[in-house]
Design a protein around this ligand. Structure first.
Ligand code: APR
Ligand code: ZN
Length: 250
């Protein structure tokens, strides 16, 4: 692992436009469950009931049940991997983070240029009276299992992307620009199975970027990567950050 760390740190230091792409595995060490794999959420919850727009409009409760498991079961906070990426961005070694995650942990760790392909829980809209809520405003209802608008509607929908919805256009455009330009793409904690998100690292590969994967299990695209770490993101990222910034603290 040592030699690989050294080589990847060197490639990252030399890269003009490094870009990071993260999935649920990035937040696993923060206590946020992943979706696939042994303990994945989709083994516990029916994804059709919990994450599809039409099912949410029918009955939002399975979605909120899954959300409690995803975000509320533990006091989720950024892990060492999130902080390492925020530091690399501050020191000028990161163009931006494209994330599939909705937990807001990159921003909580201090990252600024974060592109949330699947939105987040930050803001919610009542689909009936259009009232806008923020996450704190509905948290009690989520915990109690009765998310309801003051107008009585249960259709209080977070601004995140359900299956069956398209991605936020502006975010997708910005993320695509980053990916088109990048010369180093670091993919962290994603099974690369959900589109269009999973197409972004592939574009980087086809544009000739050097490719790094930090993912505990195989992905269908392992062959795209110059370097693969099977160790946890929360372990690898601080070691990389140390090697990159150790000699480069500005
Ligand atoms: N460090 C590195 N990799 C990890 C770690 C860790 N600590 N823990 C888990 N992993 C890996 C797993 O091996 C798995 O391959 O992270 C990956 C997580 O994959 P998924 O659970 O499929 O999550 P993700 O790729 O983000 O899913 C994409 O699917 O359900 C939708 O909208 C949801 O954004 C999500 C999308
Ligand atoms: Zn309302």
């Amino acid at each position: 692992m040592e030699e690989k760390l050294f080589k990847v740190a060197l490639a990252w230091e030399k890269a003009e436009k490094p870009v990071v792409f993260t999935g649920a595995g990035m937040s696993a060490e923060s206590g946020v469950p992943t979706f696939r794999g042994q303990e994945g959420l989709w083994r516990k919850f029916d994804v059709e009931k919990a994450a599809y727009l039409d099912s949410f409009l029918d009955d939002p409760e399975p979605f909120w049940e899954m959300t409690r498991e995803l975000l509320l079961k533990k006091q989720v906070k950024p892990n060492a991997g999130h902080f390492a990426l925020a530091k690399l961005e501050r020191e000028g070694f990161l163009q931006g983070i494209i994330t599939q995650n909705i937990d807001g942990l990159h921003q909580k760790a201090g990252s600024r240029r974060v592109f949330e392909l699947h939105g987040s829980m930050e803001k919610l809209d009542c689909l009936d009276c259009k009232k806008v809520y923020d996450w704190e405003g509905v948290l009690k209802g989520v915990e109690k299992g009765e998310v309801k608008c003051i107008c009585g509607s249960k259709k209080v929908k977070p601004r995140l992307v359900f299956f069956g919805e398209s991605l936020p256009q502006k975010v997708l455009e910005k993320a695509s620009e980053l990916v088109e330009d990048c010369d180093l793409m670091i993919v962290i904690g994603s099974s690369l199975q959900v589109y269009p998100a999973a197409s972004l690292p592939q574009i980087a590969f086809h544009k000739g970027a050097e490719m790094v994967l930090i993912n505990s299990e195989k992905t269908p695209f392992d062959y795209y990567f110059n370097w693969i770490f099977r160790e946890a993101a929360g372990k690898v990222l601080p070691e990389l950050e140390e090697k990159i910034l150790g000699g480069n603290q500005k």
